[in-house]
Design a binder for this molecule. Structure first.
Ligand code: DGY
Length: 384
């Protein structure tokens, strides 16, 4: 029997029991749940990563839904036995979730897209510049009291103007990163871009490469010794996606052998740990998975996660466009009666939310709106 876990309780007499394994930023998400008849229990344990036993103890024997850690068969079946029907990650990536196990147990899995695109791209752009211009090394040098006057060779880095930026994984975040890096000065020729035929072409040609793929079997160790070897010796490699996309042991060896090759890393293969030797590399800028850490974004993520589970409790349909979640984020407005993003909606046969204006247009046969829906790959409108 798992030992009890410390919790903070909101709206103790609420009909539905919602458990959050972490305290999340802001208060709107708490209000939204408490005002809708949910008893909210927030885990207040100080350890960062909860064990399976800790989470089992939190689920207990009656739990309607669960917000946010590594989730597989053991936890989803326990949630189901406790009467639970929904789980939401407070993240857009859900490689920590075994969605098949959730499907088997009939649990809806939410995530939080659309609210962290720019904030993550901004961090990737910051890492690109910080690595290229050796900002962290220079900062440490300054604080150590080592600066004794301007020198022509002091912390010479890479000029990015006119260089080639490669983006691997041009989804929402990769595209936002590209837009940020392609800024041009007034009067200059527009920046050009092309879709590379192979990933190897990007690795060979680019001076700065930012990784934005999802993590799955096909992207595990996408950056391996062979691919590191074809990159330019002075390239900058940035990763704000998921750690295992890079073979980190091979990366450490590459950084040792190529002191002018630089990396900016937000994520690590064995998070929260770094592979031996990485922390000693001056040509690596490392930050603790903070890509989405802006106040607006983190509060928005908490709100979307809460609304995913609340929507499931209320029997709401799933929002039709996870790229456009602003209506859920307006601080003082009532959010739409929908779950913002349920990744296994199709598998669970959930209905999609279609805004009233679009329903009207659909009924009059407006083709452009049907096209809009199919572009979003949300065609299975069982009912509107
Ligand atoms: O996937 C995400 O949303 C981020 O990595 C969490 O910050």
């Amino acid at each position: 029997m798992a030992k009890p876990i410390s919790i903070e309780v909101w709206n103790p007499s609420g009909k539905y029991r919602v458990v959050s394994t972490k305290s999340m930023p802001g208060t709107r998400w708490i209000r939204l749940l408490a005002d809708n008849d949910c008893r909210l229990e927030i885990c207040t344990e100080t350890k960062t990563i909860l064990s399976v036993d800790d989470i089992l103890a939190l689920i207990g024997d009656r739990c309607d839904v669960q917000l946010t850690e590594e989730w597989g068969e053991v936890l989803f079946s326990a949630l189901k036995r406790a009467g639970g029907t929904a789980f939401s990650n407070m993240a857009v990536g859900y490689n920590n979730v075994d969605v098949e196990a959730a499907n088997r147990n009939g649990i809806a899995v939410g995530n939080t897209p659309g609210v962290l695109t720019e904030t993550t791209a901004e961090l990737a752009a910051s890492l690109s510049l910080a690595a290229a211009r050796r900002i962290v090394e220079a900062d440490q040098f300054m604080r150590a009291g080592l600066y004794d006057g301007w020198l022509p060779h002091l912390f010479v880095g890479n000029l990015l103007k006119g260089q080639t930026v490669g983006v691997i994984g041009a989804g929402r975040i990769g595209s936002a990163y590209a837009r940020m890096m392609f800024l041009k000065a007034n009067g200059e020729q527009p920046v050009t871009w092309k879709r590379a035929a192979t990933m190897e072409d990007v690795l060979r040609e680019a001076d700065v490469i930012s990784l934005h793929p999802v993590l799955d079997k096909t992207t595990y160790h996408l950056i391996n010794p062979e691919r590191l070897a074809i990159m330019k010796k002075e390239a900058v490699l940035v990763n704000a996606s998921r750690g295992p996309v890079i073979d980190e042991v091979a990366l450490v060896e590459h950084l040792k052998a190529n002191p002018m090759f630089r990396v900016g890393l937000d994520v690590f293969e064995d998070e929260p740990y770094m592979k031996p030797g990485l922390a000693d590399m001056k040509n690596a800028v490392v930050v603790p998975h903070i890509a989405s850490a802006s106040k607006w974004t983190r509060e928005g993520m908490a709100t979307l996660a809460a609304l995913n589970v609340l929507g499931k409790i209320k029997g709401y349909p799933v929002w039709g466009n996870p790229n456009l979640v602003e209506p859920f984020l307006k601080e003082d407005a009532t959010p739409p009666a929908a779950c913002p993003s349920i990744v296994n909606a199709k598998q669970l046969g959930r209905y999609y939310y279609v805004p009233p204006a679009i329903v009207k247009a659909l009924r009059t046969g407006a083709r452009s709106i049907i096209l809009y829906l199919s572009v979003q790959d949300h065609t299975p409108l069982h009912e509107v």
